[in-house]
Write a protein that binds this ligand. Structure first.
Ligand SMILES: Nc1nc2c(c(=O)[nH]1)N[C@H]1C(S)=C(S)[C@@H](COP(=O)(O)O)O[C@H]1N2
Ligand SMILES: [Mo]
Length: 320
């Protein structure tokens, strides 16, 4: 084990703590808040945690949360896009249940002072968890409201001390066709890759999520670690992240590589720039009543006050 200047500990794979043990420790450290923590105080074994599998300790961030009602847990966990587990909305919930999210590690490389392979526990340990209720706007013109649990992406990235050459940050999903049946066909160029400009990545609205509705992220929603960028189309929110790479040039992104005329690098939600095959002016709220489910799409998904300044001077029709 080696401690670096930033407090990130490099460890051998054999030393990696199982995720459930990590969770019960978190609950104990949080000081007896809630049922899960109270049970875990009795002993440090993960058995003590068994009655509340996956409960997380977090504070609600109201400043960054929408007041709209969240979609149901059922909608959020059964209507998914995750092509590694199939292209139908119901496929990820059906096909991802045996996906192994522990042990898990993330490799960090490129234009940063602190690089290497880190266990999930060490990635997460210093970061207090928050709940943030965000709108998710899919490029397919539907939307949901989701109570994510996570922490600011920028807080994580800063620990790696990106150099002045780090203009972008790239993320990759696990490539494991044995576990991910969708990767056995060429529906996308695997592994799934996404990226952000570094100032976008550092924006306080961008988060890494590890949970939703106060529980550990279900596999179909991107366990154990996925990105959420609420002012962008949902496809930027890459799931099951195993790699973070700081780059000088704009990284490849899966959807814009596959169909550059349809999906841009920026992918900011924009009601004025239609997808070539459909309008982006309105969206259908999943689970909404028949009468109020269709609503206008807002620039930057309603987060314009916070993020529009990141793009001042840019032609957003060209940089879509
Ligand atoms: N690895 C990976 N990440 C992914 C996808 C995917 O197919 N593979 N789909 C994206 C798309 S198009 C959307 S809309 C969101 C959906 O997130 P959710 O299923 O948690 O609602 O995940 C994004 N992240
Ligand atoms: Mo999407």
């Amino acid at each position: 084990m080696r401690k670096t200047a930033t407090g990130i500990i490099k460890i051998a794979p054999s030393e990696i703590t199982p995720y459930e043990v990590y969770l019960s420790r978190r609950a104990v450290l949080a000081g007896g808040l809630g049922l899960a923590a109270a049970q875990a105080v009795g002993g440090f074994s993960s058995d003590a945690f068994a009655d509340a599998p996956g409960a997380l300790t977090y504070v609600r961030n109201t400043r960054f949360s929408t007041t709209e009602s969240p979609n149901t847990y059922r909608d959020i966990t059964t209507y998914n896009n995750y092509y590694e587990f199939g292209t139908d909305k119901s496929d990820p919930a059906e096909n991802s249940q045996k996906f192994r999210t522990q042990p898990w590690s993330v490799s960090v490389g490129g234009e940063a002072e602190v690089t290497g392979t880190f266990s999930l526990e060490d990635i997460l340990k210093p970061h207090p968890l928050e709940e943030r209720v965000y709108r998710l706007r899919c490029v397919e013109a539907w939307s949901m409201v989701i109570p994510w649990v996570g922490f600011p992406l920028g807080d994580l990235l800063k620990r790696f001390k990106p150099t002045s050459k780090a203009k972008f940050v790239a993320f990759k999903t696990l490539y494991d066709p044995k576990q991910m049946p969708g990767q056995r066909s060429a529906v996308l160029d695997w592994p799934y890759e996404e990226g952000l400009r570094i100032d976008e990545a550092m924006h306080p609205l961008a988060i890494m999520s590890v949970g939703l509705y106060g529980k550990v992220l279900p596999n179909q929603n991107g366990a154990p670690l996925r990105l959420i960028v609420p002012w962008k189309y949902g496809f930027k929110g890459i799931k099951a992240i195993v790699s973070i790479n700081f780059t000088e040039r704009a990284p490849h992104t899966t959807w814009s590589l596959g169909a550059p005329g349809e999906y841009g690098f920026f992918a900011n939600v924009n009601p004025e720039v239609d997808h070539p095959r459909w309008s982006q002016a309105t969206e259908r709220r999943i689970g909404g009543s028949l009468f109020n489910s269709r609503r206008p799409t807002l620039p930057f998904n309603g987060y314009a006050d916070q993020v529009a300044s990141l793009y001042s001077g840019m032609d957003l029709r060209k940089f879509f």
